[in-house]
Write a protein that binds this ligand. Structure first.
Ligand code: SF4
Length: 459
């Protein structure tokens, strides 16, 4: 299918082929789903909303509910204010959410709709005790990660109150654009450390809700509105990943004075260590043996299986925070990260990748890395210098097939496999799971390629 991708790389300025990202509102919609009792609302045409819902539904295999301002030609010419006011009236009357989180689309941004003014004008039709928040998500800049970041930032700017003196005894965690299985793992680590916290957003219990005999439009999960409002009284905010989470933590620091720290997404032993040590530093709580034990198991597995990974070349693509953390993790396994690419723009990606390579004592000239790149270029890199493994989302399967290279699915979206959203890739348990996935992919390839006389029983 991609067999004809040419090896020769030509500079392109105005053409993206097979983007390594998707559009801003998808991230904003996902972040809004992580607020308890929230209806995400897409201010634009029905097509945008349908696409965003469909993409999330296919990844999570759960019905994603969202509403739309349903633009037609009239709204496109005269602006979407009237559509949004009618929508809000209908949403509260029919679906009764606690809060509506509005995000824009390309069309409403191009028209120049001013959401703040429109929503303030709609105040008389918003029922008492209900809330409407909004963020700007023009999809012709940034990516779904930018949209996620914008929605988290606006939520905290609009709802959080407090003086940043730690009066509620909690820490805030912004987990990044990760699966509910990851959020659950982070929460379990904090609970084991006996650390009170607020996680925003928290899609566990929303997009991984169990099958019951009753349909719940608003499942029990999601960050409670009163906890978001109280976030300004926390001791500190830890942002997991600079691209998806840091803007929200800085916004809260600016508004309420809650100190913010941005660290790597806790993928792998080193990044998980850093996360837990940061929590311990802020709260004074030690890391209990229950957690240390799992860490020790992961290190034991890494020692036992290092020969599976040593010297294997890997190409990694996807969302920036995850690619950066995964690069560090594969280095710790003894692998060689040759190519790292994200579609999300931001020079901070290159700098953070360089730091990870430097810290590991690896010559950065031996690797290629790029933000705002596309999968066509990623494929060309691999064509010119084959790798042993590709790590990335489902879109990598076409490159994997063309180059006959194993693919480990990781990140968003994963549209052709199931269960992954329930299980972690972060924390020590996540590291264990990733080692299994990477090891299985490499060893299955070795078995497949082995001649009869070389097929090993023990590997
Ligand atoms: S028009 Fe813009 S917001 Fe709508 S689906 Fe396309 S890129 Fe996304």
């Amino acid at each position: 299918m991609l067999d004809f991708t040419p090896k020769e790389i030509k500079e392109r300025k105005a053409l993206v082929i097979n983007p390594a990202k998707t559009c801003q509102p998808i991230g904003a919609m996902y972040a809004a789903l992580g607020i308890n009792g929230c209806m995400p609302h897409s201010h634009g045409s029905q097509g945008c909303c349908s696409f965003h819902r469909m993409h999330l539904t296919r990844h999570f295999r759960d019905p994603i509910v969202a509403t739309t301002s349903s633009f037609t030609e009239g709204a496109s010419v005269f602006g979407g204010g009237s559509n949004l006011k009618t929508s809000l009236k209908n949403i509260f009357a029919i679906y009764d959410p606690k809060i509506v989180a509005v995000h824009t689309t390309c069309l409403s941004e191009t028209i120049g709709d001013d959401l703040t003014t429109i929503i303030s004008e709609a105040a008389p039709i918003i029922p008492e005790g209900k809330l409407v928040i909004s963020t700007s998500t023009p999809s012709y800049v940034g990516s779904h990660i930018t949209g996620f970041s914008n929605m988290v930032k606006s939520t905290l700017q609009l709802l959080a109150e407090g003086e940043g003196k730690g009066a509620n005894g909690k820490i805030n965690i912004i987990p990044g654009f990760v699966n509910p299985g990851d959020m659950t793992e982070i929460k379990e680590l904090l609970e084991k450390m006996d650390v009170p916290f607020t996680m925003l957003p928290d899609t566990s219990g929303v997009v991984d809700s169990p099958m019951t005999s009753k349909y719940e439009m608003y499942p029990e999960g999601g960050t409670k509105i009163e906890d978001i409002q109280d976030a300004g009284n926390s001791k500190a905010t830890i942002a997991l990943g600079t691209f998806a989470s840091e803007a929200g933590s800085i916004a809260l620091e600016t508004k309420c004075g809650v100190p913010s720290t941005a660290i790597k997404m806790p993928v792998g032993v080193k990044a998980t260590d850093e996360f837990l040590m940061e929590v311990s530093k802020i709260t004074g709580k030690p890391v209990p043996w229950e957690i240390e034990k799992v860490r020790g198991q992961v290190v034991d597995i890494m020692v036992d299986t290092h020969h599976h990974f040593h010297g294997k070349k890997v190409g990694i693509f996807g969302d920036p925070d995850q690619v950066i953390a995964m690069t560090e993790f594969v280095l710790s396994l003894g692998m060689v990260p040759k190519f790292m690419l994200t579609g999300t723009p931001g020079k901070a990606f290159d700098k953070q990748i360089e730091k990870v390579l430097d810290d590991a004592g690896v010559n950065k000239e031996d690797s290629k890395y790029m933000s705002k790149g596309d999968l066509f270029l990623f494929h060309q890199w691999i064509k010119n210098e084959p790798v042993d493994l590709i790590i990335g989302n489902t879109y990598g399967k076409y490159i994997a097939r063309a180059e006959d290279t194993p693919l480990v699915r990781f990140g968003f979206p994963v549209l052709d496999r199931s269960v992954h959203t329930y299980l972690p890739t972060v924390g020590y348990k996540g590291a264990m799971r990733l080692i299994e996935k990477i090891s299985d992919a490499l060893l299955e390839r070795a078995d497949r390629d082995a001649e009869d006389k070389d097929l090993e029983l023990v590997m």
